[in-house]
Structures are given as C-alpha cells and as structure tokens.
Write a protein that binds this ligand. Structure first.
Ligand SMILES: Cc1ncc(COP(=O)(O)O)c(C=O)c1O
Length: 412
C-alpha cells in the first residue's frame, strides 16, 4: 500500500480521459486592480449585507432539516425578475437554479448529452463548455465564428444538420468577445436543431438598448433553454446562483439528474434576500455600460482593434506578444485576461477609478515602447528594461508565482 503522503494521481484509477487534465480557473492574484473575471466591481451596501445576514440567520434556525428541494419561492422570484427584464411572464415551474450557471449547464448536459450524443457550439466561446461535455461523456463539436465574431447562419445550419446534436449552445453576449446574437440566428437554429438549444445569457443584462433577449422566444419553443446568472449583473458571484428558464418539460428533465438538496437552505435564503434588493445592484448596470462604451472608444482611439461588446468586458488587440502586454499591465497592478484568439486581451469593466488605472497603465505600456505593425498584429519594442520586477504580485491561492499563463479560453 502506498501511504497518503506518497500516493500520486498516476497511482489512482482516474478515468482515462481525465489523465493529464488540470483543474482550471483564472489566476487569483493579490493585485490592486482586478479586471480579469468579469465580476461586478460594486459590492452590496451595508443595508443589503444586513438583510442577507438576517435571512441566513433565520434559515440557520432550521438547519437541522434538509432544505426545500424544489425551492419554488426562489424560482418565483427569479421568474419575476425575468418578467421585469424582458416582459415575458413565466411560471416558477419554468425556472430552475443551481450553484452558478456552470452547474446549470452541466446538469443540462447530464440530462441531454451523454455517450453517443453530441453538443455543438461556435468558437471562440466560453471554454468551460468542452469541460462540461468531457465530464458528461458528450462529444464536443465547435464550429467557428466570423472575423467580427458573429455566427454565419449557413455555417451554423450545415454544422447542425451534419452532426445532429442533442444540445446546441449559443452564447449571447458571447464570452470572450462580447458579441450578442440577433434573434433571427437563434430562431434559424431552433428551426433545424433536433434537440435542445441553450442560449447562455450570463451577461444579458448588460446588452445595449434594442438588443433582445432569447427569453422573448420561450413562449414559442419548448426546446429552448435560456441560462442566466446572478454572478455578473447582480454582483453576486460569491453567492453562486445561476438559473435557467425553459419549458416545464426541460425543468423536469434536469430535476432527474440534479443531486438531492443541491441548493442549501442558507443559499436559498441569501439569494432571495439579494434578489429582493436587486434594484440596488441593477442601478449600477448603466454606469458599467457607459464605462464599457467609453473603454471601447478609448481603446479604438489608441488605434487598437476592439470587438463590439454587449457585456461587461471588452476584447481588444491584437498584439504580436499579448502575454508581454498582459505582464506589463500586471507589473503596474492591473490584472486583465489573456484569452480568446491569438493576439487578443480581455478587460472586464470595473469602477471608474479602476478603468482610469487600466487606461493609465496601458498608456504607459504603449508609451514605453516603439510600436510597429507586423501584419495585423501590433509589435512592441520595449525601450530598455521593463520594471517587471517591481511589486511582483503573489498568488492568494499559494500557487505558482505570476508567470506565463498560456493561451486559454474564457473561464469566467
Ligand atoms: C458565458 C458564461 N457562462 C457562464 C458563466 C458561469 O457563471 P456562474 O457559474 O458564475 O453563474 C460564465 C462565467 O464567467 C460565462 O462567462
């Protein structure tokens, strides 16, 4: 027998398809300006904190009992919010929630994917999707997006006709590009998809005026699923609450695979309290939209390429060595994300002062270099040495020092 101190993963009967895989997540670094995981920069007010604490204390009185497995009051609150946001009335039974929309998506693949089945999406997109597919033994097929990150309808129709997927995942606005999908694309996919069509709307509340939500299509399509999250617009990433809206039949399917009592009584109570104060969190959305559009204009003014965004982040580039730019910003205390197609970087939209810090840092990086073009890539020739040893941030999670995260998808 190998003792617990000496046993390694290689000694364990890990599934063959998981060998060599790493648990994934964006680096969690201790830096002054965190603009890397599309969080909402505005924490709850003391009044909201007090109400969440009260609700949790109340739930704690009966924590000797299992929680309400169906959590219909929370589902009704979420349906109320969707009606406010989209004008579409849904019943509580058409809504389902879990620990983040990550868990909702994995439950969908557990119910509708599986061995011998296929899920289709269009890259570049949220790179957790292939992991949910791997976890559920679902074959993963990624089509492509156009140069402006839109989805070509003929390509989508051909890919779906060829692979007959039981699940199609469309992301609107898409991560990491910020691209929203026109309803016509979603409807054309719904017209030919043989299975369910999931529209991941994790960032939908940030969409520009006039951009519609796929929630408006729910009354017409029983196989349409729209997923949302409280992590972004509701400034509730730490609370872990994601949800879906669909037909009752889809919710019934997910109820088969969910773990019993997956949402604790504490979590249900806290989420309901946070939702009852949603006006406060949602009031910041307009500020974030203004800051996003200002950031995109500023980046374009710096002669950078900028992807049109309906989300709380902006993808910009393209740099011959994006890792170098990422590192130089980090050296100045600003953490953004090295993500998406070659040469692009993604900055989440923070508060006015955080975005000021980002602009100052990027201006300094560009001013400190001779900038030339290599094809469509920007090349920076740095003048002398950089100050890359100054204030080297340390990882909160005790992992490797900040180094060279390689090209990666958008995890958050
Ligand atoms: C497109 C997309 N979907 C889903 C999620 C998952 O969000 P959460 O699990 O926090 O609800 C994210 C996180 O960043 C995302 O970017």
């Amino acid at each position: 027998m190998i003792g617990p101190d000496r046993i390694t993963l290689a000694d364990l009967p890990l599934r063959e398809d998981l060998r060599g895989e790493q648990p994934y997540g964006a680096p969690q670094l201790d830096v002054p300006v965190l603009l890397n995981v599309n969080e909402n920069p505005y924490p709850p007010s003391e009044a909201v904190v007090a109400d969440i604490a009260r609700a949790v204390a109340e739930a704690a009185r009966t924590v000797n009992r299992y929680p309400d497995r169906e959590f219909l009051p929370l589902r009704a609150d979420l349906a109320d919010f969707l009606a406010e946001d989209t004008g579409v009335a849904l019943s509580a039974e058409q809504v389902w929630a879990a620990n983040g929309s990550n868990e909702v998506m994995q439950q969908l693949l557990q119910a509708f994917g599986g061995p011998g089945r296929t899920a289709v999406s269009f890259a570049p997109t949220y790179s957790m999707y292939p992991e949910y597919a791997r976890n559920t033994h679902t074959r993963w097929i990624a089509g492509h997006r156009e140069a402006d990150f839109s989805i070509d309808l003929d390509h989508a129709v051909n890919l779906i006709s060829e692979h007959q997927p039981s699940v199609v995942i469309l992301t609107s606005p898409n991560n990491p590009t910020g691209t929203a999908l026109p309803p016509a694309v979603v409807e054309s996919v719904l017209a030919i998809a043989p299975g369910i069509v999931v529209v991941d709307e994790a960032y939908a509340e940030f969409r520009r005026a006039g951009v519609s939500s796929a929630v408006s299509l729910l009354p017409s399509y029983g196989n349409l699923v729209v997923t949302r999250t409280m992590s972004k617009a509701f400034a509730y990433a730490g609370g872990r609450l994601g949800y879906l809206a669909s037909s009752r039949a889809v919710v019934d399917a997910v109820r088969i695979v969910r773990l019993p009592y997956h949402l604790s009584a504490i979590q249900q109570a806290a989420a309901r309290a946070a939702l009852s104060h949603r006006a406060e969190a949602l009031a910041h959305i307009e500020r974030l939209r203004i800051e996003r559009d200002a950031t995109a204009s500023w980046l374009a003014g710096m002669h950078l390429q900028v992807a049109a965004s309906d989300a709380n982040f902006v993808l910009f580039g393209r740099f011959a060595d994006r890792h170098e730019v990422w590192q130089l910003l980090l050296d100045r205390g600003v953490l953004i994300r090295e993500v998406g197609p070659e040469g692009w970087l993604r900055v989440s939209i923070g508060s006015e002062s955080e975005m000021h810090a980002f602009r100052a840092a990027l201006s300094a990086v560009l001013a400190g270099a001779t900038v030339t073009m290599e094809g469509s890539f920007i090349h920076l020739a740095l003048a002398g040495s950089t100050d890359s040893t100054a204030d080297t941030p340390v990882r909160k999670d005790g992992g490797d020092p900040v180094g060279a995260p390689k090209t990666e998808g958008a995890r958050r």
